[in-house]
Design a protein around this ligand. Sequence first.
Ligand code: GDP
Length: 193
Amino acid sequence: ASSPANKGDSLDDRGAIDYKNIRTKLVLLGDSGVGKSCIVLRFVRGQFDPASKVTVGASFLSQTIALQDSSTVKFEIWDTAGQERYASLAPLYYRGAGAAVIVYDITSPETFEKAQYWVRELQKFGSANIVMALVGNKSDLHASRKVSTQIAQEYADSNGMFFIETSAKTAENINQLFEEIGKRLPRPSTLKN
Ligand code: GDP
């Protein structure tokens, strides 16, 4: 028997590899306060409710989306829940992740600097085929913007990442973020004979 092409492969009820429906571990990284939990709650529950965030331990939620080709992607989403302070925990946290969402706040240049730190970490210690998304959150606060779209886009391009600006508050681009990641995830190679 050949081994699955990637760790996210799902098995159907006969134990065969399911080529259409994949699942992946997705980790969120970024400074405290940039809106990671709000992005997840907006995506999974369709609401903006900062008060309901999980604050103890690593929180874990899953959500399945259908793509246009009718394949599905199940995201197993890991949020740091405030543990981003413990840098030494990080390699354990993102081990086996097929996707990483690195979030900064468009009103805070410090959080954009920190996002670049996480990108370097993932380039060093993340899985080889990890899909990385750079996310400028709080796009609704455009009057207070301090990180330009162009600079972030150029940084993402030069690091082979997908870039998008979102608002967990208004829901702008939240579903698009996860759809784009789903499209970019490597599929198990189809058997030729
Ligand atoms: P985390 O520490 O990265 O998980 O950040 P949270 O999800 O707890 O959000 C931190 C704060 O930012 C909360 O007070 C949210 O109300 C606020 N916030 C999160 N996303 C947005 C957004 O898209 N727009 C605005 N205006 N505020 C946001």
